[in-house]
Unconditional design. Sequence first.
Length: 251
Amino acid sequence: MKLLLIGAGNMGGAMLASLAGKYEITVVEVSQRRRDELARLYPEVRVVGEIPPLDGYVVILAIKPQSLESLQTRGEAEALISILAGTPLQRLREKISARAYIRAMPNIAALKGKAVTSVTGDAAFREEALAILSSIGTAIWLESERQLDIATGIGGSAPAWMALVAEALADGAVNLGLPREVSYRFVAALMDGMGALLADERPAELKDKVMSPGGTTAAGYAVLEEKGVRSAFIEAQEACYRRARELAGEE
């Protein structure tokens, strides 16, 4: 399977870091400086400045959404996997010729091969799309674009929210006297460990295991509930979903 990655910016570059060496890849990047950098980083990858004919390629579209209008392509791709935020499948079908169309929303953890990626589109290419996107972490198939827009919050945007939580936890420890670098090490290990635990347990079950009656965890948990942390996250996801629909021109 040959991949054609159009765009190697933040997310495209993060995907390339995990895909390189696993597939035959051609990367299209308009910046000469970036092309030179990619050639040094990935000698096994072909890097070009113009889009070749799409025939025979599975195309991964990783440009800015506003750049789609000016994109010029030739030929018909085996499949198109788009990671463009707010760009519905119908718009992709109108602009680029392919046998199958997939929308995907990976997150920045692709840099470490630990992305969680929302995936939807033509079921005929489902297994191939999941195989490609599983190379950068966990890929989850969704049954509709509406579900993908909902998942944008928990998958695509939540890393920024979790970074806010991580920073706040570290700041709290620093405020009490723990050195900042030590605090950051604790938080990084905490996030990693929680991910492993939550793969096997529901959040409520894990919470109950940690929170003993009248203990330190219960005292802190009561403050979080008092301050509305739970409702703030729920409302953040609602705001994210509304914005995703607006970007898609559906609200």
